[in-house]
Design a protein around this ligand. Structure first.
Ligand code: MLT
Ligand code: ZN
Length: 467
């Protein structure tokens, strides 16, 4: 696809739409908006535009579709698959000014929000009313709710409460040609026609620009208990995961962390207060929540007896807020800590839960064969393992080539285990070359046809997900 440059005339038209204070093209701004949290990738846009209203977004999209200018929508830039990188140049359309919670509907347990509300702020605001929005990606302190919808992100609580798609009821969307649609209705049930809402969720800004979001909420559970469970064998820790569910318990979080990840994060946070014995090679973090504390303690006892069958060490029960916060802070900082420690390439593998131990074993075999160190952690209860391949001392060309063939082999393994290549980060820019490993040509062609229906000239977030 060929695109037109953003000419001075187009820049003037953009200024006419949003005002000169909302259009930027300095090198420092282009550099800041030319990257997200994906590796160390940088693609400079020509212009950054910060609309303040939906009407302005419609006008911008009309202008760009009439002039064949690529537009990359951007939330907070916390993505890990390069979905917000302006890989074809053009305009970065930053949503940051649409940042209001519009209504918390306590009677219907719903919230209507603009896309640039920080996820954690939205969670806190509904929590003040005794309500709960569970999806909690690790970056929730900085990610935007619109970006979460665009990638269908998850987080630790997905294991009990589901991912973003399970909460999105209705979306207002600006299409690439500037038309405005609502995808559904503000109802809990909806069997009316094709499900445009769910098509939009996880489409990574390739089909439309999400401008309003209606989310379902649930009552806030009043209690939680957290356990930190050490294991000598990471594989046994993974094997224990499905046994917990088979014992009839659904934890509210069930996370896995290899020892190396914990050590790097503890060092990054300068926090060595966790009592971790030398022989420990992995941990599970298991959380249960609900409204009856006594029954949560019973659940913990039951989980304890399951985990003992997998040779766990002494379990640390965190029932006070300080210890809980310490553990979650450590867990949420694994990604930035590892990224600071070494250049990394990441995979967001996901397999059926009972295949987790086999996945972990395979990842270690593959990375060893390729001469690359892999550190693993993730949402074990969902079968979702985040793999970080470390560059460490490898020279750059060797690293690029080895990391790419390692990822290829890991994704083949994932497919053979009936899994897939992204559980919650999306495909974006960096994983699209692996899509043919998990979809056949007919399936890929259907996806291309969907893209073409929404965006016939491919101006919206081009070159993402599929070519
Ligand atoms: C997490 O679970 O910490 C996030 O998905 C980011 C990551 O891959 O580390
Ligand atoms: Zn994650």
């Amino acid at each position: 696809m060929s695109y037109q440059p953003v000419s001075p005339l187009i820049v003037q038209s953009l200024i006419d739409i949003v005002g000169s204070s909302q259009v930027h093209s300095s090198l420092s701004k282009c550099t800041a908006y030319g990257q997200d949290k994906t590796e160390d990738l940088l693609f400079l846009p020509e212009v950054i535009v910060l609309p303040k209203t939906v009407v302005q977004i419609q006008q911008i999209m009309r202008l760009c579709s009439q002039n064949q200018i690529p537009v990359t929508p951007r939330g907070a830039g916390t993505g890990l698959a390069g979905g917000a990188l302006p890989v074809c140049g053009g305009i970065v359309l930053s949503m940051e000014c649409l940042n209001q919670i519009l209504e918390i509907d306590e009677a219907n347990l719903q919230v209507t929000t603009e896309p640039a509300v920080i996820t954690e702020v939205l969670q806190e605001k509904v929590q003040e009313k005794g309500l709960y929005y569970p999806p909690d990606p690790a970056s929730r302190g900085s990610s935007f709710i619109g970006g979460n919808v665009a990638t269908n992100s998850g987080g630790p609580r997905a294991v009990k409460y589901g991912v973003v798609k399970d909460y999105v009821l209705n979306l207002e969307v600006v299409l690439p040609n500037g038309d405005l649609i609502w995808t559904g209705a503000n109802t809990l049930k909806n069997s009316t026609g094709y499900n445009l809402t769910q098509l939009m969720v996880g489409s990574e800004g390739t089909l439309g620009i999400i401008t309003k979001i209606v989310l379902k909420l649930i009552p806030l559970p009043s209690h939680s208990l957290l356990m930190l469970v050490p294991f000598r064998s990471p594989t046994k820790a993974c094997a224990a995961v499905s046994a917990i569910f088979q014992a009839g318990i659904t934890p509210s979080c069930l996370e896995f962390m290899e020892r190396a990840a914990i050590d790097i994060a503890a060092n990054y946070l300068q926090n060595n207060t966790l009592p971790i014995k030398e022989e420990v090679q992995a941990h599970l973090i298991v959380e249960v929540d609900g409204n009856h504390l006594d029954s949560l303690y019973l659940d913990c006892e039951k989980i304890n007896s399951v985990l003992e069958q997998f040779d766990c060490g002494t379990i640390l029960l965190a029932d006070d807020q300080t210890t809980k916060n310490t553990l979650w802070q450590l867990r949420r900082n694994l990604n930035p800590a590892i990224k600071q420690y070494s250049a990394v390439k990441k995979a967001d593998t996901v397999v059926p839960r009972a295949a987790l131990a086999e996945l972990l074993k395979g990842i270690h075999q593959i990375s060893t064969q390729h001469g690359i160190r892999a550190i693993n952690y993730g949402h074990a209860g969902d079968g979702n393992l985040h793999v970080s391949l470390l560059q460490e001392q490898l020279p750059n060309p060797i690293w690029e080539q080895q990391a790419s063939s390692t990822l290829q082999a890991i994704f083949k393994l994932v497919k053979s285990l009936n899994g897939t290549i992204s559980g919650e980060h999306g495909i974006g820019w960096i994983q699209k070359k692996y899509m043919p490993l998990v979809f056949n040509p007919v399936e890929l062609q259907l996806m291309r046809a969907i893209k073409k229906t929404f965006d016939p000239t491919s101006i919206l977030n081009p070159s993402k997900i599929i070519d």
